[in-house]
Design a binder for this molecule. Structure first.
Ligand code: FAD
Ligand code: MG
Ligand code: MG
Ligand code: MG
Ligand code: MG
Length: 455
């Protein structure tokens, strides 16, 4: 706590503002960063702006702390507590950083320019333009995987962006209030209070866990007549949830879910998505329909349209449909002076914030070396090496699981102590003192007053 306050004070003390920063220098190279997520921000925080002009292009003018997004869907944490305005980050740089709130729609590796479109609803006189780069850093993340299934985009909610969490929270309370509507039929009450999650990866599991907590801590208190009709079902195509965790922790999760009355349907494939029900092929290869009130879709990633467009332009070198191929120095195969980090790449690592952060940090060191080499110094650039710090997931009722690398081996821990550890890890990894302060405040607030159940 003392360290946190100390750091916070230091953080505020060392802040700069655009007016105190060095201006753009036409004699320096310009680095354009696409994105404002984990990869982009990690790179941005570390790149030395004495050496480069930096431009950031992203449709979001903030960074989003995704690990706590599932907590926002039920109101344990408020949305704005896990957002950090990009300008709070860029103000720390020595040179002014240009930020364009816009979407990059095309990249031309030959002329080294990108096309950008303003994402605003109130567009100005200019809303499309092209900008040049000397170096391009792709950190646009990934899209939600739907397997091209009809109905998913229309009826399901994803859980990736802030508006997804907002939509889920509203829809959840809408289901609860509609179930309580005067003379509602019992079948409709059952349907409305059935929360279905598709995908047994960390996002799906953590979301189901948060829903369970919400049911236990709040719904049972405020809606006693409805609480026992509330059901949570998790659908997973593979034989078990959380394939990246040790078998011991998978079992622990599955038994905790059983105790918490979260039904886990493994070896179950979604075949059809409608507005009130999904059709699945169950473990016995039978087609069953599952009525739902709220459907959350968390089945992983696929490349964004921009990434696919770029891959098509340089298709001789880009042979994987799953993401951008990069070498050990994060250079995009087939495109000079272009780098890619995080979920938009196809690499041997899992698509996590942990990987994106390390790659961003590494890439900033590459740029540091490039600048020194240009000055005539003798520097050798070493390839990227990922250092796995462990995997953590929240599984509900104050329990978490963790697989941690330890002395060439691995320790698997689970339970309430792991949860305390989980919280402190997230809190200390939170990007700013301001966010830490807000999240801890939210945790205290929901403990004292209960979660806010207004729609
Ligand atoms: P992102 O962080 O997704 O950032 C992509 C950025 O690109 C965004 O700012 C986006 O607005 C921008 N962008 C999109 N399209 C364009 C465009 N056309 N032009 C310009 N910019 C564009 N990982 C962990 O390690 N631990 C966890 O506990 C964890 N929990 C998670 C929980 C949830 C609910 C989710 C969804 C993910 C979680 N992850 C976790 C995974 C982690 O969030 C991702 O791996 C990470 O965000 C990848 O970073 P990135 O920079 O590649 O992409
Ligand atoms: Mg990013
Ligand atoms: Mg992010
Ligand atoms: Mg705008
Ligand atoms: Mg209603």
């Amino acid at each position: 706590v003392v360290g946190g306050i100390g750091y916070g004070a230091y953080d505020i003390y060392t802040k700069r503002h655009p007016i105190e920063q060095k201006p753009f220098d036409p004699t320096k190279r310009t680095v354009v960063i696409l994105g404002s997520g984990w990869g982009a921000v990690s790179f941005l925080k570390s790149i030395n702006t004495d050496d480069y002009n930096v431009v950031v292009v992203s449709p979001r003018n903030y960074f989003l702390f995704t690990p706590l997004l599932p907590s926002c869907t039920v109101g344990t944490i408020e949305l704005r507590s896990i957002m950090e305005p990009l300008r709070f980050i860029t103000r720390h740089k020595s040179r002014n950083v240009k930020f364009y709130e816009s979407e990059c729609t095309d990249i031309d590796p030959e002329s080294k320019t990108i096309s950008i479109t303003d994402v605003s609803d109130i567009k100005g006189a200019v809303s499309n333009t092209t900008i040049p780069y000397d170096y391009l850093v792709m950190a646009v993340g990934a899209d939600n995987q739907t397997f091209g299934m009809a109905g998913v985009r229309e009826y399901a909610c994803f859980l990736k962006e802030i508006w997804d969490a907002q939509k889920i929270r509203t829809r959840l309370m809408d289901c609860v209030e509609s179930a309580g509507f005067a003379s509602q039929t019992p079948e409709e009450v059952d349907r409305l209070l059935h929360m279905v999650v598709v995908g047994g990866g960390p996002t799906g599991v953590e979301y189901a866990a948060e829903l369970h907590d919400f049911l236990k801590d709040d719904l049972e208190v405020w809606y006693p007549e409805l609480a026992d009709k509330f059901r949570i079902t998790l659908v997973e195509a593979l034989p078990n949830v959380l394939p990246m965790f040790s078998s011991q922790l998978i079992q622990y999760t599955e038994s905790t879910f059983k105790q918490n009355k979260i039904e886990v349907l493994t070896k179950t494939m979604v075949k059809q998505v409608g507005d009130k029900e999904i059709k699945v092929m169950d473990a016995n290869k039978e087609l069953v329909s599952i009525p739902y009130g709220l459907l959350v879709w968390a089945t992983g990633n696929c490349p964004r349209p921009l990434t696919r467009k770029l891959m098509a332009r340089i298709k001789e070198a880009q042979t994987s449909p799953r993401g951008l191929l990069v070498d050990d120095y994060m250079r995009v195969a087939g495109a000079p002076d272009m780098y890619a980090i995080g979920d938009c790449t196809f690499s041997k690592y899992a698509p996590t914030a942990q990987v994106a952060t390390q790659q961003g940090l590494y890439l900033a060191s590459v740029f540091e070396h490039l600048a020194r080499i240009e000055e005539g110094q003798n520097k050798k650039i070493t390839p990227f090496e990922y250092s796995h710090q462990g995997s953590l997931a929240y599984i509900g009722s104050d329990k978490a699981i963790a697989d941690l690398p330890f002395l060439n081996g691995n320790v698997s821990i689970g339970g309430v102590a792991t949860y305390v550890f989980w919280r402190s890890v997230y809190i200390s990894n939170m990007f700013s003192f301001r966010n830490r302060f807000l999240v801890v405040g939210d945790w205290m607030k929901s403990k004292v007053f209960g979660r806010d159940v207004s729609r």
